[in-house]
Design a protein around this ligand. Structure first.
Ligand code: ATP
Ligand code: MG
Length: 770
């Protein structure tokens, strides 16, 4: 066989090679992270092509993301030594189903040019359906119906097949509304995401000739990340593979992280039943990560019950231990990681310089990204956010900012347009047109136009009262901004409250709503760093403007979910605090099951790292201006201590580790990290001589902020505001050196040498060494 000598087979281990060469029949590759499942799958495609078993368009290969599909195509090309012509059927379930549905649209009662609704369109349509049924949309938000229907679609349930146990959904009207929604979609010649699969399944079930055609056509089927397929995807695959059974699925039960979206890890366990005689191949050698990283990851996942159980080993070096570091708060964490990355980029720490492309920050919740984005924009560290918009581009953030802009400048028409009917105030297109006309004919802003419409009662009913309230609200907020109330953070909260914007998301029962509320809290938190609303708005417009979308090296920031299947030489895992990670919501909603899914997420996170993995937590997070102390994540205790090196935090505000410090007492990993000796250790460990610290100093162009021997004296007790007196020389991270002019509670009035006079919170100040 010529293929045995093929160079692309050369590097594979025997188990991988078996998986690659067993072309006919069913194969399940069940193996832990980094064992080369995706590599084997890719090589299998190459082997199919090289041996002439299949042409590119006869292979159906399903990946989890479009990015993964592109990468797989590239890798196939590289291994084959030539670019692959075609491979039209390599893609995500959705992408492949769009293609199939376009070809057979008429069988689903659609025209070929059907439109695919995005989430917003879907909601709008559902709302029409709900309103047509005289349902109180406050009690039964359309978003709730949307997530119920999505859930059914994930389980491949049509209105006819929803089980009776689900008939109580949405005030017993769910199924009826689902049917009507589907009917409207058909009239509109439209589908939503869930329909893409559902329609194709239905076509296959009802038209055997079509199914047969594709069974012949797709001679080989390959599926990556099989553990995260939902029921609909599973049925679709089973239909297509039902003839020849040439299907190869690869997955890892320990990496099943989409249960909340209907994924069924049971699909893996059922594989051997569905495809009797399937070859099950286990891979155990990990090629991605060092020994310590693997050891730490294995320790965490071992705490889950009901695993299939796998051993993982590497013959690579142990490498550096997983680094664990606690910080005072989230901003400090972001600052430290930024410095670390710059140091790595510069090639310190005894390592070769690391390209920013090789560094990733993986967060549990997308609101965590804000602190990093702000910090990186401030220090000019290029980054990209993968799998979602950047923080300040998110819908709820833009809405909130529009309200802030109106408070600062009521004549900001773009902002007015954005929020005039968000939340819904009964100000539809017609009402908005009237405002536009009033503004245009009188040559005034929309806000003033609206005032005229109110005065002339230009609109009627509910809308009129709501518009009056909005116009007056803007006046009031603006008044407050002008009065220079020094509580701009409170003002921001008040605006979001009084406008009904926060309430809109609080009443929203969809899965995304809590995340949006968290983002809003995070926005308010960002405000605290600024003197007033205006300053903050300027900051945001500046950083948004500064964005270079160039192709240079960039740090990747993404959620743990989006990181699946990827690998990076260096990975930062911030925010390991109970409640944040594991996520409280996940535990509240799904109990132990939720906790175990969180733990798998932790496993996914650690196993993304090739050489350097850094886990961090903050002892305090600020939520709505309140400090909340946080406990280190329980997952930290599950990391095996011998694979972990505990780093000493910079200790700026040491002595106050509070809950974290207490938890540390009981934790084998954290012992030695307790608050009391924190700054002593910081001084001992010479953190102030660390490259990151030195770079920080060098960059600031200022005198070194601290020397190691002074470190202890520099630590300011949080409560000891009296540590400062008028006339003291002080230093502030952002404003530099200055002199205390007056003291009001925990706030200091400081005349900064360069930045002028400012009021700042005492805890952000350190005494300047004179
Ligand atoms: P995950 O579960 O995270 O998706 P995986 O099992 O799909 O991981 P791959 O991404 O295929 O793992 O492989 C992990 C890394 O190991 C890749 O960099 C890959 O190139 C490398 N690798 C895989 N198999 C081998 C091998 N036999 N020899 C050398 N390197 C290998
Ligand atoms: Mg993979």
């Amino acid at each position: 066989m010529a293929a045995t000598a093929a160079p692309y087979l050369a590097g594979l281990n025997p188990a991988q090679r078996e998986a690659v060469e067993a072309l006919d029949g069913s194969v399940l590759m069940l193996a832990g992270a980094g064992t080369g499942k995706t590599k084997a799958l890719t090589t299998r495609i190459v082997h199919l092509l090289a041996t002439g078993k299949a042409r590119p368009n006869e292979i159906l290969a399903v990946t989890f993301t479009n990015k993964a599909a592109r990468e797989m195509k590239d890798r196939v090309g590289r291994l084959l030594g030539q670019a692959v012509e075609g491979m039209p059927w390599l893609g995500t379930f959705h992408a492949i189903c769009v293609r199939l549905l376009r070809r057979h649209a008429e069988l689903a009662g659609l025209k070929t040019n059907f439109t695919i609704l995005d989430t917003d369109d879907q909601l709008r349509l559902l709302r029409q359906v709900v309103l047509a049924h005289n349902i109180d949309e406050k009690r039964w938000p359309p978003r709730m119906l949307a997530s119920i229907i999505d859930g059914w679609k994930n389980r491949a349930l049509t209105p006819e097949t929803v089980p009776t146990s689900d008939h109580g959904a949405y005030d017993h009207k769910g199924v009826e509304l689902y049917a009507e929604y589907q009917a409207r979609l058909r009239t509109l010649n439209a589908v939503d995401f869930g329909d893409l699969l559902l329609h194709v399944i239905k076509i296959f079930q009802e038209h055997e000739d079509v199914l047969e055609q594709y069974r012949r056509w797709f001679r080989y089927i390959l599926v990556d990340e099989y553990q995260d397929t939902n029921v609909a995807q599973y049925l679709w695959l089973r239909l297509l593979a039902g003839g020849h059974r040439n299907i190869c699925c690869v997955g890892d039960d320990d990496q099943s992280i989409y249960g909340w979206r209907g994924a069924e890890v049971g699909n893996i366990l059922r594989f051997e039943q569905d495809f009797p005689g399937a070859k099950v191949i286990r891979l155990e050698q990990n090629y991605r990560s060092t020994g310590h990283i693997l050891g730490a990851a294995s320790g965490v996942i071992a705490a889950n019950k009901g695993r299939l159980g796998k051993t993982l080993w590497t013959d690579g070096e142990d490498g550096e231990k997983v680094r664990l570091i606690g910080h005072w708060d989230g901003e400090e964490e972001a600052r430290w990681i930024g410095d670390e990355i710059e140091a790595m980029q510069g090639g310190t720490r005894g390592m070769e310089p690391v390209s920013l492309d090789h560094i990733a920050i993986l967060v549990r919740a997308s609101h965590q990204m804000r602190a990093f984005e702000d910090r990186f924009l401030t220090i000019g560290l290029p980054y990209r956010v993968i799998g979602g918009p950047r923080f300040y581009e998110r819908m709820e953030i833009r809405d909130a900012m529009a309200y802030f802009r109106l408070a600062v400048s009521p004549d900001d028409d773009l902002a007015f347009e954005r929020v005039v009917n968000t939340p819904k105030r009964g100000l539809g297109d017609k009402a908005q047109q009237k405002i536009q006309i009033a503004a245009r004919t009188n040559g005034v802003s929309l806000h003033e136009g609206a005032r005229l419409v109110v005065a002339m009662k230009g609109i009627t009913g509910k809308g009129l009262a709501a518009l009056k309230e909005l116009v007056e609200g803007i006046d009031r907020w603006h008044g407050q901004v002008r009065a220079e109330a020094d509580t701009h953070v409170e003002l921001a909260e008040m605006i979001l409250d009084e406008s009904g914007y926060t309430g809109m998301w609080q009443n929203d029962k969809t899965p995304e709503a809590p995340g949006r509320l968290e983002n809003l809290k995070e926005l308010v938190k960002a405000l605290e760093e600024f003197e007033n609303l205006q300053g903050f708005l300027e900051h945001v417009s500046l950083i948004m403007d500064n964005e270079s979308d160039g192709d240079g090296e960039k740090v990747s920031i993404m959620t743990l979910h989006a990181a699946k299947g990827l690998e990076f030489p260096a990975v930062f895992l911030p925010g390991w605090e109970d409640g944040l990670f594991p996520s409280q919501r996940s535990m509240d909603e799904n109990g132990l099951k939720g906790l175990e899914e969180e733990r798998r997420l932790a496993y996914v996170g650690i196993t993304r790292a090739e050489r350097l993995c850094t886990i961090s937590f903050a002892a305090n997070r600020r939520v709505y201006g309140q400090w909340q102390s946080a406990m280190p994540s329980r997952f930290i205790d599950e990391l095996l201590a011998n694979h972990v090196e505990v780093l000493t935090p910079p200790g700026l505000y040491g002595g106050g580790y509070g809950a974290a410090g207490m938890a540390a007492t009981a934790s084998p990993v954290l012992s030695g990290m307790q608050g009391s000796d924190l700054h002593d250790r910081a001084a001992e460990a010479n953190v102030y001589n660390s490259p990151g610290w030195r770079r920080l100093q060098a960059r600031s162009g200022e005198r070194p902020m601290r020397q190691p021997q002074e470190a202890k004296n520099m630590v300011i007790d949080l409560d000891a505001v009296s540590a400062f007196s008028e006339g003291d020389r002080v230093f502030h991270q952002k404003f530099g050196y200055g002199e205390v002019i007056a003291i009001e509670g925990d706030k200091l009035n400081i005349e900064f040498d360069k930045a002028g006079s400012k009021k700042v919170v005492a805890r952000f100040i350190v005494a300047a060494d004179t």
